[in-house]
Design a protein around this ligand. Structure first.
Ligand code: GUN
Length: 310
């Protein structure tokens, strides 16, 4: 009598032999919210240590001119996060009709005040105000945005300084993925003073081979296809289709765009990219939370820089 083991295999018709389907690997989701929380906790410890040592809290001052609703939301978030980390300070809310001279006078006063560690002028400024000379007035040691020419120079390697918050946040996210940047092809799309340019220099300092693309770069696709590390900071929803992503690439999406149905989305097609990348930041919850965390980190760094070299 045949047993189960000795039974002949069932006949299989050729038409039932289909290719085995393996689900595509899904990229690690880089959790900016969780990482930012950790950074804020580290900053709170550093702020407490500063206070113990110097008998006063780190102090961050924000200059907010006019009534741009988004700027008011951003500044409120910065204010709350600073307070939670034990950082003191003040938001100087000025009317949209404030003159260039009045804003500059305030910056000068904050520069001269020994109890002020960090100064941030929220951008954009209302029409009629010229941001560049106002930003340039900020004492580089208090320039927590890293926006002055002096600090742009320090990013380029000219000594110690304060680096822009968003690229610093992106670098921290990259570090958390464990990617070794040495010799990797890194593509930065966007060349703004605040993000793209400093980002490219920081990647270079970590020994990546860096390409910067911008609105005149054509074609963009082959550059994206060869990028092991992709940082996109353009502000155009789904600019980068998922199937352009090099398999295994690490993707940092700095874009925050609102779709017609009111949702937030990045510059990269997240769903498409997820099945090709090895790690990717979501929007929201990726780079965004890191910017504020790094601002707080810069405020403590500014306080320590001034304490070390009065
Ligand atoms: N407006 C939007 N983001 C920023 C920022 O990081 N710093 C400043 N100063 N203004 C901004």
């Amino acid at each position: 009598m045949p047993t189960a083991n000795s039974a002949p295999p069932p006949a299989v018709s050729l038409s039932s032999c289909r290719a085995v389907w393996y689900p595509a690997a899904v990229a690690e989701r880089i959790d900016g919210k969780a990482i930012a929380k950790r950074v804020r906790a580290e900053v709170a410890e550093q702020a407490a240590a500063f206070e113990r040592q110097h008998g006063r809290a780190v102090s961050l001052h924000v200059v907010l001119v006019g009534d741009d609703p988004a700027s008011h939301v951003y500044v409120r978030n910065k204010e709350r996060a600073a307070a939670k980390a034990g950082i003191d300070g003040e938001v100087h809310r000025l009317d949209a009709s404030t003159s260039q001279e009045e804003v500059e006078a305030l910056v000068r006063r904050l520069n001269a005040d020994a109890g002020v560690d960090g100064i941030l002028v929220q951008l954009p400024l209302p029409e009629g105000l010229d941001a560049r000379p106002i930003v340039e007035l900020i004492d580089p040691k208090k320039d927590v945005d890293g926006l002055t020419t002096h600090n742009a120079g320090t990013v380029l390697g000219a000594g110690d300084g304060l680096y822009p918050c968003t690229p610093r946040g992106c670098m921290r996210l990259l570090r958390e993925t464990g990617v070794d940047l040495r010799g990797k092809h890194a593509l930065v799309i966007g060349r703004s003073q605040l993000v793209g340019r400093p980002m490219a220099i920081m990647l270079l300092a970590s020994h990546a081979t860096v390409t910067i693309a911008h609105r005149h770069t054509d074609p963009l696709e082959p550059l994206v296809r060869q990028a092991d590390v992709l940082v996109v900071a353009v502000g155009r929803a789904n600019l980068i289709p998922g199937d352009w992503i090099k398999p295994g690439a690490v993707v940092i999406d700095v874009g925050i765009n609102r779709t017609v149905d009111g949702k937030l989305t990045g510059d990269v097609d997240f769903e498409g990219a997820q099945s090709r990348a090895s790690a990717i930041t979501p929007v929201p919850g990726g780079v965004g939370p890191m910017t504020i965390a790094m601002l707080l980190s810069n405020a403590v760094r500014a306080a320590n820089l001034r304490a070390d070299t009065p």
